[in-house]
Design a protein around this ligand. Structure first.
Ligand SMILES: [Mn+2]
Length: 356
């Protein structure tokens, strides 16, 4: 290859390279959402405090992020919050809390932050996704979870709203979802093709029907076994960003991990993600440059069998978030960009002597 040909090829390669997305400010907003009324167990409202105590702010700062911690939102419980349809629990409390959260996430994203919502149970995604979509109407959602969380209030068996948030957000389901008290502010902001699930292994019959009928892309644990996590992520981005780049909302339920890694959570299911699969998912999402908001949900410090179990779960959740914002398994490379050189007179003398 001639020098001129090589240079021409180099220049052409540079010119033809795909345009990089604009580099977003490395500014991260933390919003604590101690929402627990979307499920029945005590303790998940301590999730935000547990994640902070596990060193989340320091870890993000160490990666070079400017961290703006907005503290915890105040979710006042609505009095006389009776069951909907004799089954669905705390609709008014969950509806109001999600509305408050939607407003906070919308403001954080509008101010140029990438927004991390610290749960809390997964019903908070009603608020975080709605608020994110107010600023980024074309966002895509990656939902990492053991469960599909897409029951409607008419198909739920438990009555818990943390198993239903996606049904309220999906346009295609609107004629199947009744108006709940406290939910009138919610506008469906997602289409079935805007969602990809990763990690499913406990899906109710009505949820399975919805996934198939509306052709929602999902990768169950069986799919991960079959394809490997690398192919799963390639297909995830093909689905969400095959035609155009778009902001990504990552909604990460800690119960996606195997219970041996994340025991302190309300609805653990055997056979979940390994640590390496979890880190690969978030590293790849970070590498797209399009991550715009993250939920970390269902860490419940009252459900660990021991303090070690709680610490392991919280530390795993912090690793997931750090990995979303640039931590790699090769290390973080922001603070170190050159080796020190020897400079003392003795050393330079001896070096000269060697040369002579
Ligand atoms: Mn969930």
């Amino acid at each position: 290859m001639s020098l001129r040909g090589g240079l021409a090829r180099l220049l052409r390669t540079r010119a033809d390279a795909a345009p990089q997305p604009p580099r977003r400010a490395r500014s991260v907003a933390l919003v604590g959402a101690p929402l627990s009324r979307g499920q029945k167990r005590r303790g998940v409202d301590h999730g935000p405090a547990t994640l902070r105590a596990a060193g989340l702010v320091e870890r993000l700062a160490g990666l070079g992020c400017q961290v703006h911690d907005f503290g915890d939102l105040d979710f006042t419980q609505v009095p006389n919050d009776e069951l909907y349809n004799n089954l669905v629990l705390y609709p008014r409390s969950v509806g109001l809390a999600s509305q408050v959260l939607a407003d906070a996430v919308s403001r954080a994203v509008a101010a140029g932050h990438r927004c991390v919502t610290l749960g809390g149970d997964h019903s908070l995604a009603l608020g975080s996704v709605s608020g994110h979509a107010q600023q980024c109407p074309h966002l895509g959602v990656i939902w990492v979870d053991a469960h599909a969380d897409i029951n409607t209030p008419l198909t739920t068996q438990s009555g818990s709203l943390h198993g239903q948030p996606l049904s309220f957000l999906l346009r295609e389901l609107q004629d199947k979802v009744p108006q709940l008290p406290g939910f009138s502010w919610i506008k469906p902001c997602l289409s079935a093709s805007d969602i990809v699930y990763i990690g499913l292994r406990d899906v109710d019959p009505a949820e399975y029907y919805i996934l198939k009928k509306y052709d929602i892309q999902y990768f169950s644990m069986r799919d991960i076994d079959r394809l490997g996590i690398r192919k799963v992520m390639e297909r995830t981005f093909e689905q969400l960003m095959g035609r155009r780049q778009r902001p990504i909302h990552l909604s990460f339920d800690i119960d996606a991990f195997d219970p041996s890694l994340a025991p302190a959570t309300g609805t653990p299911v055997l056979g979940g993600l390994t640590y390496r699969e979890g880190m690969y998912i978030t590293e790849e999402i970070h590498n797209t440059g399009m991550l715009s908001a993250v939920d970390m949900v269902e860490v419940n410090p009252l459900l660990g069998a021991s303090q070690e179990a709680v610490n392991a779960t919280a530390s795993l959740a912090v690793d997931v978030i750090a990995s979303c914002f640039g931590q790699t398994r090769e290390g973080a490379h922001t603070a170190f960009d050159g080796l020190p050189t020897p400079s003392s007179p003795d050393e330079s003398d001896s070096e000269e002597q060697v040369r002579i």
